[in-house]
Design a protein around this ligand. Structure first.
Ligand code: A3P
Length: 299
């Protein structure tokens, strides 16, 4: 059966150098995000999709709860996105304005669409980057699952769209370089998905210092324990298995799919890999952060 026959065709809307998703984002609403008044306690976790957004949601909520997993995991049909939503999704901006502190939000927006107050030192940003070959593969699988995104006809077709930046929110290269170039203008912590795989405790410690939310040794251990792939997968709120079928076709896969480094090797052909490497070297030649491409390189 052709899945496209049974699903609506969500479209990308080009707006200010970004591809938004019709039905999920409203360009006029997104434009108003820039004028949001920020507090010092506001925190934005910024990612290109499939770079560990929901992992950071779980870590941030556990940090907030000092590691007390029971207080954030009640099975009530909601997900972590209900308390830490995407600021660019229609309706979230209005709720942000009236929400009590600390306002924790995630976003995939580029820097130029974010609140200008960030550049005046208000609020904090945690940027999470992931090696883009694994992002591409994870995003391909997510497009099959997510009803707000068009189902790819094939991996090859999706590969080309990703390389051309014809996905939400546009090119991976522009997103990472764009945010990184502002890291000295905003209060930003830059971390990578691969560092988290390698040493989750060290990254959680860095986050807690950056946010000035000290943890005892026991609390730190609890945050780490309840945000590992296997433990998070068992928490419905954190793993998004409770999200309604109208948004995620659960029979097509899981949000928490593999959670590793190097799955791209099972997907990219040698021609695609060569093409990717050429583009990567051209686009990222001046980028000072190096990526880990294989789980074996972390040992
Ligand atoms: P995979 O599809 O490669 O498994 P996002 O939240 O930005 O959409 O990213 C989703 C990706 O992060 C998925 O990657 C998912 O499995 C991975 N992920 C989520 N929680 C994780 C965890 N606790 N440990 C490792 N990876 C995790």
């Amino acid at each position: 059966m052709d899945l496209n026959e049974t699903r609506t065709h969500p479209e990308l809307l080009r707006h200010k150098d970004v591809n938004l998703i019709s039905g999920t984002h409203d360009p006029d609403d997104v434009d108003q995000i820039q004028d949001l008044d920020l507090r010092d306690s506001d925190v934005f976790v910024v990612t290109y999709p499939k770079s560990g957004t929901i992992w950071l949601q779980q870590i941030m909520l556990l940090l907030q709860a000092k590691g007390d997993v029971t207080s954030i995991s009640r099975t009530d049909g909601t997900s972590n996105a209900d308390v830490m939503p995407w600021i660019e999704v229609s309706g979230c901006r209005e709720r942000f304005a009236v929400a009590p502190p600390p306002r924790l939000r995630v976003t995939h927006l580029p820097y130029h669409l974010m609140p200008t107050a960030l550049s005046r030192g208000r609020g904090k940003v945690i940027y999470v980057a992931r090696n883009p070959k694994d992002v591409l593969v994870s995003y391909f699988h997510f497009h099959k699952l997510a009803n707000m995104l068009e189902t790819p006809k094939s991996f090859d077709e999706f590969f080309e769209k990703f390389m051309r930046g014809e996905v939400f929110p546009s090119s991976w290269f522009d997103h990472v370089k764009g945010w990184y170039s502002h890291k000295d203008h905003v209060n930003m912590l830059f971390i990578t998905y691969e560092e988290m795989i390698q040493d989750l405790q060290a990254v959680v410690e860095r986050i807690s210092v950056f946010l000035d939310r000290p943890l005892t040794g026991g609390q730190l251990a609890a945050v780490v324990k309840h945000s590992t792939f296997s433990n998070m997968s068992k928490i419905p709120k954190a793993s998004y298995v409770q999200v309604p079928d109208s948004l995620l076709s659960h029979r097509m896969g899981r949000f928490m799919r593999k959670g590793t480094i190097g799955d791209w090797k099972n997907h990219l052909s040698s021609t695609q890999n060569r093409w990717f490497d050429e583009v990567f070297q051209r686009e990222m030649k001046d980028f000072p952060v190096s990526f880990v491409w294989d789980i074996g390189d972390t040992e």
